[in-house]
Design a protein around this ligand. Structure first.
Ligand SMILES: Nc1ncnc2c1ncn2[C@@H]1O[C@H](COP(=O)(O)OP(=O)(O)OP(=O)(O)O)[C@@H](O)[C@H]1O
Length: 395
């Protein structure tokens, strides 16, 4: 396998590139095309999100990829093959499809729903059974419990999981998802989004995902296509680039208020410089060592680290006065973040702590502190870069 086919975490990309070239859809009896000369490359193994106002043509564009809607003109290739000349079986193998409210067959059990496409492809019973079990496991549904249930006996979130399992059952390189999490409550929706991201780190499919929700697009997308009327591409770029530099006022309107706050969800603590104040003591140090340290520290606080350098407690000068051991002095640490956390998580923790918070590295070891000034400076720097980009593009 070539280097290009592996990702940074060494999972093989199973998805393939999709190309749409001047694809147009005219519905019979309408004056204007619903999709007009749409041209885009969806990179292999990435999640591309279509966002845009109702009726702009997102669903029509997406459904032309698996030919649930036949294009009027133009060309579509999936992994280099002409999609318009593929037969129905090949398309089913290549392109999985998941939709809002899961679209499950009400009179089929969970297992029968997941086995639909393998059944259509003529797999034998044992192979289908094994696949159904594997898929239920993949999406976090206990096969013993859910196998024989009917869709009406499932919660909305469970139905969506079955919908995703069904779409993935024939292991297609491409997955189309049309507002798949649109009909569930915000908490379930967040969980399903997290699960999709977890699945994607393993599967590396090419996913085209339609949503109305820009926050969902920012969270899930490797790239976002902001579409206007007749599926006109107003901007097609990474979430970061769109947030920092919306192509026009319409895109800016779609990005909505709080673009800077949304950017905090894209940046990780590892992306910023941590401060390293001299405030740590080991749990094995004496109380008097800690007192000297606290006297030197600006806030009169010290951070106690355990034998493996992990932060465990805060102690202040007053608490040290009466303390006999650093194992019990002061208060256990409530909030900390890791280098993997987003800057939004860090900001939350700072608001809860009322100041800077400790940061831990990959093994839980103390890595430094993050403070509000760092977050503010990072946002200001992004704004500056964004202003420079504008100056660059105006030149
Ligand atoms: N079968 C059809 N016959 C005629 N016009 C249609 C048909 N299906 C869709 N349209 C029109 O095509 C345009 C694009 O519709 P489409 O469903 O692709 O938009 P969308 O962006 O997915 O909308 P939404 O976000 O509301 O689902 C709309 O103006 C719609 O009215």
């Amino acid at each position: 396998m070539s280097v290009a086919e592996t990702t940074e975490n060494n999972k093989a990309v199973s998805g393939v590139e999709i190309q749409l070239d001047q694809v147009t859809k005219r519905y019979p009896g309408t004056r204007e095309p619903a999709v007009n000369e749409f041209t885009m490359t969806v990179p292999a193994g990435q999640i591309v999100i279509f966002v845009g106002p109702s009726g702009c043509g997102k669903t029509t564009t997406m459904r032309m990829i698996n030919r649930l809607i036949e294009p009027t003109s133009g060309k579509i290739t999936i992994g280099g093959e002409d999609a318009l000349s593929l037969n129905a079986d090949t398309l089913r193998r290549k392109v999985g499809y998941a939709i809002q409210q899961a679209g499950l067959f009400p009179h089929f059990t969970v297992a029968q729903n997941i086995g639909v496409v393998p059944g259509l492809l003529g797999w034998d019973k044992k192979r289908i059974d094994d696949k159904v079990e594997e898929m239920m496991d993949l999406v976090g549904l206990d096969a013993g419990d859910f196998h024989g249930r009917y869709p009406r006996q499932l919660s909305g979130g469970q139905q969506q999981r079955v919908g995703v399992a069904r779409a993935l059952a024939a292991d297609p390189p491409v997955l189309l998802m049309d507002e798949p999490f649109g009909a569930v409550d915000p908490i379930t929706r967040g969980n399903l989004q997290d699960e999709l991201l977890r699945l994607q780190t393993e599967l590396r499919k090419t996913i085209v995902f339609v949503t109305h929700d820009f926050d969902e697009a920012v969270k899930l997308g490797d790239k976002i296509a902001v579409l206007g009327d007749q599926s006109t591409i107003m901007q097609y770029d990474t979430p970061d680039a769109i947030l920092a530099n919306p192509a026009n006022d319409t895109v800016a309107g779609f990005v909505g208020a709080g673009a800077s706050l949304k950017q905090l969800t894209l940046l990780r603590v590892r992306d910023v410089e941590l401060s390293k104040p001299d405030i740590t003591v080991s749990v094995n140090d004496s109380v008097s060592t800690a007192k000297e340290q606290a006297a030197r520290a600006r806030g009169s606080f010290v951070l106690v680290l355990d034998d493996r350098q992990r932060p465990i407690r805060w102690v202040n000068t007053r608490q040290l006065g009466a303390a006999t051991s650093l194992r019990t002095a002061g208060k256990p640490l409530l909030d900390m973040v890791s280098t993997q956390s987003t800057l939004q998580d860090a900001l939350e923790a700072m608001l809860a702590e009322g100041g800077s918070v400790p940061v831990t590295g990959s093994r839980g070891e103390y890595a430094g502190m993050i403070d509000l000034d760092t977050v503010i400076a990072t946002i200001q720097q992004l704004r500056q870069e964004h202003a420079d980009d504008h100056a660059g593009s105006d030149a």
